[in-house]
Design a protein around this ligand. Structure first.
Ligand code: ZN
Ligand code: ZN
Length: 482
């Protein structure tokens, strides 16, 4: 299933990423651009949760659009968890509470499509969470000490059996909301796929409580190195445990959950998603015309339209209007995840430095993986990327100049690390290349020199040198972005 879609997804995402937010993922361009405008207006107001932006008729007037376009746009911002419509008196479009649900769905669908497996998810978790544990001691505040001790105690007495709580806490102590986001996302993605089949035994819960206590004591003792290596070991053990418990060890065999309610449109979207998967995710194939689908799933036009909106948002299928139109299967791409995360980054005022901290953890994990691969699998790809970089014009360099990072992630063969690298490169780059005149300021020759130094070290298999050069390069890039 996933394998036949993988190559196209990889190819699509390489170097073809749009500079800016794609104008429309939806057939209805007007509604999509109105949705973007609503998001921008809410951002301007400072995301005032719970505030009524206006009644439907207020907003129709303010934006000067038709009711149909407005309703479509309102649904789009609902999907992004930015605002929701409340009917009745005092109702209207209301700023919603932030939620990572929308991002979790997008990430899970993408990972399922490209055929990521549990090991890849755990490897990414190890990269981000061991970085969080390493940073935690230096950023410990008084309020955290009590929280950590209390949680360790609640786990010891089995009062708390939610494994994720401890991981969330360590992420919070790291003081970096970008780390918090990615820890939560990867954690949720893991359990989305695994939860139904993996009830934890008392022994496992006990072992994990002990591992958590050991990590906590290293954090409280101010030993970041120890906290980090204990986190790594703990997640390794957990990954091994879950892998053994799996019925189908190869991939993420369980369908990710899309949508969370029992409302008819979401249920219908899940059924259509099942059908797409059952058919082997045939990208480009027609699932049926609107009337066909209404009959097949026994739903009204309105319900189908809402189901389609969710499927389009997750890039599972897309409705083409007009003669010969209908619902067509699409390939989920990296952009949907990038945009969902970009919104969260903006909303939570996550800084470029905070993003860079995650990016560094992810790219160092990529590098370690690449260094473990045989040279002939790696060298030609890296040299090819360098050649493209050298041949790029100044204007092209703005895009091509970052390809080596993407190529390394692709070569690493870990779909999760690859997704995270692409998202983080794009998001950190947006800050760096915002003004057009920045093109002239990009030190292209310097960057290419640094990149070729890194490639040399990798090809020679000199791990220490490669790691050092990569780290120095990321530090330099971060200064450039700030
Ligand atoms: Zn744990
Ligand atoms: Zn670079």
């Amino acid at each position: 299933m996933a394998t036949n879609g993988a190559p196209s997804a990889t190819k699509r995402s390489l170097g073809s990423e749009p500079e800016r937010r794609p104008p429309s993922r939806d057939g209805n361009k007007l509604a999509a651009s109105l949705a973007d405008r609503i998001v921008a207006d809410i951002a301007e107001l400072g995301w005032p949760e719970g505030r009524v932006l206006g009644s439907e008729s207020d907003l129709l007037q303010r934006y000067g659009i038709s009711r149909a376009v407005f309703r479509e746009a309102a649904r789009l911002v609902e999907l992004q968890h930015v605002a929701r419509m409340r009917r009745g008196p005092g109702g209207g479009l209301i700023v919603a509470a932030p939620s990572v649900d929308a991002i979790v769905d997008v990430v899970s669908v993408y990972l399922y499509f490209v055929g990521a497996n549990v090991d890849e998810l755990f490897e990414a978790r190890i990269a981000v969470e061991s970085a969080a544990a390493a940073l935690a001691p230096d950023r410990l505040e008084e309020r955290w000490i009590e929280r950590i001790r209390a949680l360790v105690e609640r786990e010891r007495t089995r009062e708390c059996e939610d494994h994720r709580e401890f991981h969330r806490l360590v992420a919070s102590v790291s003081g970096n909301p970008a780390i918090e986001l990615f820890v939560e996302l990867l954690n949720r993605a893991t359990y989305l796929f695994l939860a139904p089949r993996t009830p934890m035994s008392a022994r496992v819960i006990n072992e994990s409580a002990q591992a958590h206590a050991a990590i906590a004591s290293a954090v409280l003792a101010g030993n970041g190195g120890l906290a980090s290596s204990r986190m790594r070991k703990h997640l390794d053990a957990e990954g091994t445990f879950l892998r053994r418990r799996r019925v189908a060890p190869a991939g993420l065999a369980d369908l990710p959950q899309i949508g969370r309610t029992t409302k008819l449109p979401e249920v219908t979207a899940r059924k259509i998603f099942d059908e797409v998967v059952e058919r082997g995710w045939p990208v480009g194939e027609l699932l049926g015309s609107g009337p066909d689908l209404m009959a097949r799933y026994g739903v009204s036009r309105g319900v189908l339209r809402e189901a389609v909106r969710l499927l389009e948002y997750l890039q599972i299928a897309r409705m083409r209007r007009g003669p010969g139109g209908g619902l067509f299967v699409t390939a989920p791409g990296v952009e949907a995840t990038t945009e969902a995360i970009a919104l969260h980054v903006e909303r939570n005022e996550i800084t470029p430095s905070q993003l860079f901290e995650v990016r560094t953890a992810v790219e160092m994990a990529v590098l370690d993986r690449v260094l473990d691969l045989p040279d002939d699998a790696v060298a030609p790809r890296l040299h090819e990327a360098l050649a493209a970089e050298r041949a790029a014009s100044r204007a092209e360099f703005v895009t091509v100049g970052h390809d080596l990072h993407r190529v390394l992630a692709e070569v690493s063969g870990n779909h999760v690390l690859q997704l995270l690298t692409q998202v983080l490169v794009t998001l950190t780059r947006r800050r760096a290349t915002a003004p057009d005149d920045a093109v002239d300021r990009v030190p292209a020759a310097d960057i290419t020199l640094v990149h070729s130094g890194l490639v040399d070290a990798i090809v020679q298999g000199d791990r220490a040198l490669a790691r050092l050069r990569a780290r120095q390069h990321l530090v330099a890039l971060e200064r450039w972005v700030r």
